[in-house]
Write a protein that binds this ligand. Sequence first.
Ligand code: HXC
Length: 255
Amino acid sequence: MNNLKVERDGRVVTVRLHRPHALNALSSELLAELLGVLGPLDHDPDVGCVVVTGSEKVFAAGADIKEMAAKSAVDMLSEDYFAAWEDFADLRIPKIAAVNGYALGGGCELAMMCDLVVAGESALFGQPEIKLGVIPGIGGTQRLTRLVGRAKAMDLVLTGRTLDAREAERCGLVSRVVPDDRVLAEALGAAATVASYGRTAVRAARECVDRALETGLRDGIRFERRVFHALFATDGQKEGMAAFLEKRTPRFHGS
Ligand code: HXC
């Protein structure tokens, strides 16, 4: 692998974006490597959560401008450029973004595709594509608007300005802000917690939360209730409730 460093600790896998010369710009090769690592993990019952991180200076400075610059509209259409990023978003394993430094353009969009975003106090988020004569292309106009609302999304997408971590947290883009040197530890702690729970319930929970962004309230509540019912077929529900009644810690064993 040329663009990633991967480590595993128990049920948590950490994927570090590593293209320092290009500030972790999200090239097609990087994406292929990311999907190559995460695709099999999605089916691995022994892995319960993934942390995606970058370096101290940069999470990711966006899609790779050098790779795209010379392409024609026909190239973009025929390759359906960026379509494979939805494969990342569609992975069912929970994903936590641990963000230090810049998360710009595709970097911000990658963070938004994760389920939790833990950011350092100095992190900067933004969708600066307008400065390049284009617009966000990996879901930025859609996910950002759903997460932060139209007023803030328009501000970011039309001006290209950056948000610091505190503003990003206030407007719903970031889950937790911590001191810069605590970001990875905080993300790994959250990942270990998520990974310790029942695998089916965790996947069901994230699917239901995301469904809220896609559907009306009535349909969403019915969807949630049906998923809740179905969880009574799992070992996780049996173990979780038995452990509560027996006043002991549950042992989900990934179920
Ligand atoms: C390719 C990039 C890059 C990128 C930085 N680099 N960002 N290469 N794609 N997105 C490269 C630079 O060309 C440079 O390489 C090296 O990384 C260091 O970058 P500098 O600019 O010298 O670093 P610095 O002065 O610290 O500035 C950091 C920065 C700036 C503020 C993050 O790099 C920046 O503004 N980058 C672009 C951010 C951006 O516009 N992102 C959106 C991309 S478009 P050399 O070889 O010169 O040393 C996108 C979706 C587009 O994400 C959808 C369109 C369809």
